[in-house]
Design a protein around this ligand. Structure first.
Ligand code: CAO
Length: 431
């Protein structure tokens, strides 16, 4: 027997009063379980809320622009799949169970979080596209490309917007000359050329993963909106490495792998404490610096689906072994797609370590709203000049990208020199 169910906003982490930016359904729609109902947006993430049940929509309780929190009523649904509803009681209207928040790469039926700030290029904040007919999948596809479905002319049945319609819309938009860039000197940014690669040889087209699309938009925004400078240095980690190896043998029994990154987390915090402007963000007006008195450090993790940046909390209050343990756990969680939005929030500064792979240096992109990021490359033994002779030392390449609106070059040089000194003499970690 059909019953009326209340569909509520599920667990969305610590977010409160989140804006509804899109409503994909209306009264009378017949939906399947897992069909997306609404899209929520915070300053950090966009997420779709799917229906836990199939059925017919009886009453909408929200509209675009409303603010909601966990437990807010979205709609009333006449459910047709009582069997699949674990908490459903025959004849009694019950609240839908909250759907656990999972990250972008996990099961698509659950609320989907972007790994970082909402991409600037995703133009979904503006008007509702609920007037246009398109399936949730097409809406999502359009949203990922920054297209408002309402602007696309549908060629499908009853004017429904199809995937081809969205693709044609994007192609047409790309083919148009772009407006003058904000350079003010009349120079124009050329549109990327649309090339038929197949004309030149065999090709295969593979869609980007969802994480790549979202993180790509964030990286693009950060790259074009933040004036980046990268400062390089090398830290002599010969002694640190000897100590790490000693610890490694000790902690291997507890299944804790101590890599140089655990030391770097700690050393970075010592440097942030000495140079508080690096542990800060510009506020929304861009006129004030918000100095943080906590030390949560993001770590870039390479996963099969793309880059994720989980955050280790209160690094100042933890020892190296504890940090190594947490690093192992959080990177495993990221790779197993079990990471939550909460795991990726609240970072003050990011470390991106490619040291396990190789390379001499790189220019990491700042993870806004943070103001600096440390890139770490592979340590190698080098001849260093000391006391009129050359000695073999293990040198760790560091690349510090910083937001030049907030940090001056001299401050960045001081920061990285100090960081190198801390890494060269790990006794300083205790200071
Ligand atoms: N120099 C030399 N060796 C290093 C090193 C360095 N800077 N950093 C790590 N290593 C060694 C480790 O000691 C380990 O050696 P053993 O296996 O012999 O013990 C090996 O390299 C592999 O380390 P790891 O990568 O597993 O561990 P980690 O703690 O250094 O890094 C993590 C963890 C999650 C950060 C890493 O696995 C990762 O994903 N890195 C990629 C980050 C990334 O993609 N950044 C780019 C962002 S911009 O696109």
């Amino acid at each position: 027997m059909a019953e009326i169910k209340k569909i509520l906003v599920p667990d969305i982490g610590d977010y409160k009063d989140v804006s509804i930016i899109e409503v994909m359904v209306k009264v009378g729609d017949t939906i399947k379980a897992e069909d997306n109902l609404v899209t929520l947006e915070t300053d950090k993430a966009a997420m779709d809320v799917p229906s836990p049940y199939a059925g017919v929509i009886k009453e909408m309780k929200i509209k675009v622009g409303d603010k909601v929190s966990e437990g807010s009523l979205i709609l009333l649904l006449e459910s047709s799949d009582v069997a699949s509803a674990p908490q459903a009681k025959p004849a009694a209207p019950v609240a839908a169970a909250p759907v656990a928040a999972v990250p972008v790469a996990a099961v698509s039926a659950a609320p989907v979080f972007a790994p970082a700030a909402q991409p600037a290029s995703v133009a979904v904040v503006a008007p509702s596209s609920s007037g246009a007919h398109a399936s949730p999948a097409i809406r999502r596809f359009a949203r990922e490309l920054g297209v408002q479905v309402a602007q696309v002319k549908g060629s499908g049945e009853k004017g429904r917007v199809t995937k081809d319609d969205v693709q044609l819309f994007v192609k047409a938009a790309l083919a148009q000359p772009r407006a003058a860039a904000a350079s003010g000197n009349g120079l124009q940014v050329l549109a990327s050329p649309v090339v038929d690669f197949a004309k030149f040889g065999a090709i295969e087209t593979r869609p980007l993963s969802r994480i790549k699309k979202i993180s790509g938009a964030n990286l693009h925004r950060n790259w074009v909106t933040i004036p980046h400078i990268t400062q390089f240095d090398e830290a002599d980690i010969t002694e640190m490495e000897a100590f790490r190896k000693e610890l490694g043998a000790e902690y291997a029994k507890q299944n804790i792998k101590i890599t140089p990154l655990a030391f770097m987390l700690k050393a970075v915090v010592v440097a942030l404490q000495k140079f508080p402007d690096f542990n800060a963000s510009l506020d929304a007006s861009g006129e004030n610096l918000v100095l943080k008195q906590y030390f949560h450090i993001g770590v870039a993790v390479d996963t099969p689906d793309g880059l994720m940046v989980p955050v280790l909390r209160d690094v100042d209050k933890k020892g190296i072994a504890q940090l190594a343990k947490e690093l192992g756990e959080i990177s495993a969680k990221a790779r197993e797609k079990k990471i939550t939005a909460a795991d990726m929030q609240g970072g003050c500064f990011t470390i991106s370590s490619l040291g396990g792979i190789g390379g001499t240096a790189f220019t990491p992109i700042i993870n806004a709203p943070e103001v600096a990021i440390l890139g770490v490359s592979k340590a190698i033994i080098k001849p260093m000049h000391q006391d009129d002779t050359f000695v073999a030392r293990l040198m760790l390449p560091l690349s510090l990208s910083y937001d030049h609106r907030v940090i001056d070059g001299a401050a960045a040089a001081r920061f990285i020199v100090f960081l190198s000194q801390v890494l060269a003499d790990t006794r300083r970690l205790a200071l």
